[in-house]
Design a protein around this ligand. Structure first.
Ligand code: ZN
Length: 710
């Protein structure tokens, strides 16, 4: 029985790993979403029922908690070198002549040059033990905890792979992911990332792996590291092996013999560059046969058997005809350049966001200017630079409006933000975008309510606040015309779908509701963390937990990470509920009988030896952490991820430093050891521990444990 369960778990993990690989790397999905979901659910269930078989590298558990203080340094042996780069094909001819003079009977391989962040992955005993950035080539940063959140990277190698192995490649952020991330940054009033590469670098250097886990990162491996790759006769054999072992590899490459074929391959790759889900900025040309590496040799800079060719940046000249201002969900005013339509990298561009007034001043963009247009990270049209020699003197500087262009209300620039906001909570432009956000997938998931419908509902005066959805006359809504002028379209039976979705939203979890409100700095992860620390919506307005976070920050400065909830988020939530709008929102929720509770995973029991006691597990324990968590919940306790003033017990396993326990005691928490916990749970030592302490991942600088936040 147990063996059958274990075998099924192993099989599900393999199926999911392979599906991830096929989908993300090969771009050839081999299973439907439904099958994938079913596997994932079955695996989650089996791991919950049999925590003794749960391991942190399981594909459904990649999102481990935990933070590290800065980054440990990793030495690269041999160093991670860079390639000589050229923009001129003439230099490739010189390269070719040098190669031909030195060796005979070789093949070139042309590959995409990915515009990402170089990475090294090390495996010991088949397990991923270290991931590091290139750094200066000799010493990089250890970003293992963050890289573990990238689902396409195998945590375990198949048996036929070298069990001690280092592979090298590039991490990148997908184009779509980059767009979505910038939309979130903008909504929070934060500076947007300039391109996917910057966004990728920023994501890998997060101190909190949970933030990285939310970022759509992926990798492509293309180089041997210091260990495990010596046996291959050719580069292409090595790449084929990488693919077999489950590593994402480049989706395109070409073997060529002559210089002319090399040029053709480089041009072909350039024509394909916009079809990849990652950015490329050129081509890499390598000698395929590895026996020629030694005779070709290396310079101090890099190998002489490979060369990078960089494509010229694509840009187009156009004219800024006007600068208009859009109003977003949180009231942020975004200036947008209205451009003379021009073709760039395969599409016609007529608008480009200018982000904020500072940006316009920095670039000195004026209305009427001739400008160079590029695609930021190949995706978003952006003004690269003004062409000053084309100025006639008739160009006009842009002035940020002093009133909201939609509602005419006051605007303000909040401290610490780059953005100017319309501060009128009844602003129709904000309301439309807020309504759209309220209904979005990670919020209340009301599918029938998209952007156009939100616009129509607000324009027709049917909805003046998202909560109006709960009192809307859906029979009347069915007759609403949501079409464009001249093309009427009745809302029809979508009204009934919407009514049902709104009804279902009454039962949505606290974290969804909290995200749906759209408080600045409260994204999906933050909403979940805050929801985990509260039983019900009605607790939020006067939350002791959130006040603790702020107080702790004020008192201890640097040590504010003692709580999982960030101080900015705590302040934003309390400020929301203290505002006039927040107060009326909360009162209306109560009047509608809405008081969402946190997700069932943390639901407390009403009886048992630990009833109502907040418990935090830390350090190495003799049983898997999920097993203890389950036992504590069965005993009526509440498993918390971090110590707050409401934590009764900190269960300190082995290797827990005095700083942690002292901090907990300062918050009034009792620190107990594992034996005491067993006593409280009524466990005797006659019960053998189930499985090894598999819930702890060995991480640099200590033991990385689920939900541990000190
Ligand atoms: Zn406004």
């Amino acid at each position: 029985m147990a063996a059958a369960v274990q075998a099924r778990i192993a099989e599900l993990r393999r199926l999911i790993e392979k599906a991830n690989h096929d989908y993300y790397d090969l771009a050839q999905p081999t299973v439907g979403d439904r099958d994938y979901d079913l596997w994932e659910q079955e695996l989650l269930r089996l791991e919950a029922e049999h925590p003794e078989y749960a391991t942190p590298d399981s594909p459904v558990r990649r999102v481990a908690g935990g933070t590290s203080e800065g980054f440990r340094k990793v030495t690269h042996e041999p160093p991670m070198q860079s390639l000589d780069k050229t923009h001129a094909k003439g230099e490739l001819a010189e390269f070719d002549a040098f190669v031909r003079k030195t060796v005979q009977g070789f093949t070139y391989v042309v590959e995409p040059k990915i515009d990402g962040i170089s990475l090294s992955l090390r495996y010991r005993g088949g397990k991923l033990v270290c991931a590091a950035t290139r750094g200066n080539g000799t010493v990089g940063d250890d970003i293992t905890a963050n890289v573990r959140t990238i689902k396409t990277i195998p945590q375990l190698l198949p048996a036929d792979a070298p069990q001690d192995l280092e592979v090298r490649g590039e991490a990148y952020m997908t184009r779509e992911g980059f767009l979505a991330l910038n939309a979130r940054q903008a909504a929070a009033g934060l500076e947007e990332f300039a391109n996917p590469r910057n966004a990728c670098a920023g994501s890998l250097k997060q101190l909190d792996p949970r933030v990285t886990a939310e970022r759509p990162l992926d990798v492509i491996l293309y180089n041997a590291g210091g260990t495990g790759c010596d046996g291959f006769a050719s580069h292409s054999e090595m790449i084929a092996a990488f693919r077999r072992w489950g590593f994402p590899v480049a989706p395109w490459s070409k073997a060529v013999k002559t210089l002319e074929e090399m040029y053709a391959a480089i041009d072909e790759l350039q024509s394909l560059r916009h079809t990849f889900r990652f950015e490329i900025d050129g081509a890499v040309i390598k000698i395929d046969e590895r026996r020629f590496y030694a005779p070709l040799g290396a310079t101090a800079h890099g190998p002489r058997w490979a060369r990078a060719y960089k494509y010229a940046p694509e840009r187009a000249e156009t004219v800024v005809e006007a600068i208009t201002v859009q109003v977003g969900r949180t009231g942020i005013l975004t200036p947008v350049a209205e451009l003379r339509p021009t073709d760039l990298a395969g599409s016609t561009i007529s608008r480009a966001t200018l982000h904020n007034a500072d940006q316009i001043v920095r670039q000195d963009i004026r209305i009427g200017d001739h400008v160079w247009l590029v695609k930021a990270g190949d995706v978003i049209p952006a003004i690269d630079s003004v062409i000053p020699e084309k100025r006639t003197g008739a160009e006009k500087p842009f002035v940020m409006p002093s009133a909201c262009p939609v509602c005419g209300g006051a605007v303000a620039r909040l401290e610490g933000e780059v953005a100017v906001r319309c501060v009128n909570p009844a602003c129709p432009a904000q309301l439309q975008r807020r309504l759209e956000h309220f209904s979005s997938r990670n919020a209340l998931d009301i599918k029938a309510l998209g952007g156009k419908v939100a616009d129509a509902l607000v324009e027709k005066g049917l909805v003046a606040d998202p909560l109006d959805l709960f009192t809307l006359d859906y029979a009347a809504l069915a007759k609403l015309d949501v079409g464009e002028a001249g093309a009427p379209r009745k809302f029809g039976k979508n009204a009934e779908n919407m009514r049902q979705a709104v009804e279902a939203a009454r039962g949505a979890t606290l974290e969804r509701w909290l995200f749906a409100i759209g408080i600045p700095n409260v994204g999906v992860t933050v909403a979940k963390d805050i929801a985990d620390a509260h039983a019900r919506f009605s607790e939020l307005a006067d939350s002791a937990v959130l006040k603790d976070v702020i107080e702790n920050d004020a008192k201890k400065g640097k040590e504010r990470r003692i709580l999982k909830i960030k101080v900015e988020a705590a302040k934003a939530v309390l400020a929301f509920f203290a505002s006039d709008y927040g107060r009326s929102f909360a009162a209306r929720m109560a009047a509608l009988g809405l008081d969402p509770g946190r997700a069932a995973r943390a639901a407390a029991r009403t009886e048992g030896p630990l009833v109502g006691a907040g418990c935090v597990l830390t350090g190495s324990l003799s049983r898997p952490r999920p097993e203890y968590a389950k036992l504590i919940e069965q005993a009526g306790g509440i498993v918390q991820s971090a110590v707050t003033s409401r934590t009764r017990y900190l269960i300190a396993g082995a290797n827990v430093g005095a700083t942690k326990t002292d901090k907990a005691r300062a918050l009034g928490t009792e620190v107990i050891d594992e034996a005491k916990l067993k006593e409280l749970l009524g466990l005797t030592d006659a019960v053998p521990p189930a499985g090894d302490a598999a819930s702890a991942v060995q991480a640099p600088g200590g033991v990385l444990t689920q939900g541990e936040l000190f």
